[in-house]
Design a binder for this molecule. Structure first.
Ligand SMILES: *Cc1c(COP(=O)(O)O)cnc(C)c1O
Length: 371
């Protein structure tokens, strides 16, 4: 179907081609090329952090961070249940215990009022994950972290360019990560970034990214690391994309505001909040949740698909993941808000290359299906 509206199409309208040609013309295609450091420096400046460490993905960034913090058996990490599995991978693999928190029904972010009750003497860290466009309420997390001496890990994968009470997302954790998957605000195809102001932690992440090579004698290792390096080709894309960040933010907000005008009058759906007391929605994606139980997200997604409109379901809660249930994790846990929005939530085309015409057609079809 030639006029199918994809759920995401990236925008590559800046210096991407020019910088990629520079890589090809100079022969610098590996992680040793000069764009990697240029991208890291520009990125650190953008989010206001001392260190930025480019990696092969957002998931790899989280894996490296959990390894760098030396979390392991006996340690507990508080995480939202409504998130992507990348957040739990290395926590579980390291032998540490993820402790799940349900989400807020209005913002879909971790419900911070539920955290304190789940803190124990074993708790080491809280992972704050900003979901879909609005930042997590960080103040209560910061207060709990101070009181209990916990590390804050911030997953800002979806939130480049967003702020929390005027502070950059990505500057709110002791260590924070980003993803550059093609649906994110800046893309490198695949890629990620770790940012922090902590010199030691930055050093550990850099080392883990590159097989824990020693500066003194190459091929001698005191620790096991990973190959999570970003290539010069990816960093060239990333630098060109970062130059366009302000445009990308403007486009996301334009898409969000236009959908809000057209769809928030529909009584059958819950639309994203345009703002909270600490941020205007960035509208990384435009998510909707069906009210009532007549129709599930899967039903509506199938109907939209037949009309040529791409969608994605909401995240599936971590406590219901077969892989974790098979490991005996989260037995008998219930997180009703996450369970409901997983069944009734979906997001509609909201990529940076979406045209007004595509957006309006999507809204018209949704209005017909739900009206
Ligand atoms: C996209 C995303 C990730 C994973 O990033 P990848 O680059 O795809 O590995 C992690 N956390 C959140 C919240 C994300 O949205």
């Amino acid at each position: 179907m030639s006029d199918f509206i994809p759920v995401n199409e990236p925008l590559l309208s800046g210096n991407e081609r020019k910088y990629l040609m520079e890589c090809l013309d100079t022969g610098w295609i590996s992680s040793e090329g000069p764009f990697v450091e240029r991208f890291e420096a520009a990125f650190a400046e953008t989010v206001g952090r001392r260190h930025a460490i480019a990696t092969s993905s957002g998931t790899a960034s989280l894996d490296a961070v959990i390894s760098a913090l030396a979390l392991g058996p006996g340690d507990e990490v508080i995480v939202p249940t409504f998130t992507i599995i990348s957040c739990l991978h290395q926590i579980v693999r390291s032998g540490a215990t993820p402790v799940l928190i349900d989400c807020d029904p209005d913002t879909w972010n971790m419900d911070t009022s539920l955290i304190e009750a789940r803190i124990t003497p074993q708790t080491r860290a809280i992972m704050a994950v900003h979901i879909y466009g609005l930042p997590v309420d960080m103040a209560p997390i910061e207060a709990l972290a101070r009181e209990h001496n916990l590390t804050i890990i911030e997953d800002a994968a979806e939130m480049l360019g967003q702020t929390y009470r005027g502070r950059h997302c990505g500057s709110l954790g002791d260590v924070s990560i980003f993803s550059f998957y093609p649906n994110k605000l800046v893309t490198t195809g695949e890629g990620g970034m770790i940012v922090t102001d902590d010199d030691d932690l930055a050093q550990r992440c850099r080392s883990l990214r590159n097989l824990c090579f020693q500066p003194t004698r190459r091929f001698v290792h005191e620790e096991l690391g990973y190959n999570f390096r970003m290539t010069n080709l990816q960093a060239a894309l990333g630098l060109a994309q970062l130059e366009k960040l302000d445009d990308h933010i403007r486009i996301k907000r334009h898409i969000g505001h236009r959908y809000h005008e057209l769809l928030s009058p529909l009584s059958g759906i819950q639309s994203p909040l345009p703002r909270t007391e600490f941020a205007d929605n960035l509208y990384w994606v435009y998510g909707i949740v069906l009210k009532g139980d007549q129709q599930t997200a899967a039903d509506l997604m199938a109907a939209l698909g037949r009309r040529g409109i791409g969608t994605r379901p909401f995240f599936y809660p971590m406590h219901l993941q077969p892989v974790f249930m098979n490991m005996g994790l989260f037995a008998d846990e219930h997180h009703p808000v996450a369970e409901r929005i997983a069944d009734y939530g979906l997001y509609i085309p909201s990529g940076l290359a979406l045209t007004d015409e595509q957006l309006e057609r999507t809204a018209t079809v949704l209005t017909e299906l739900l009206g």
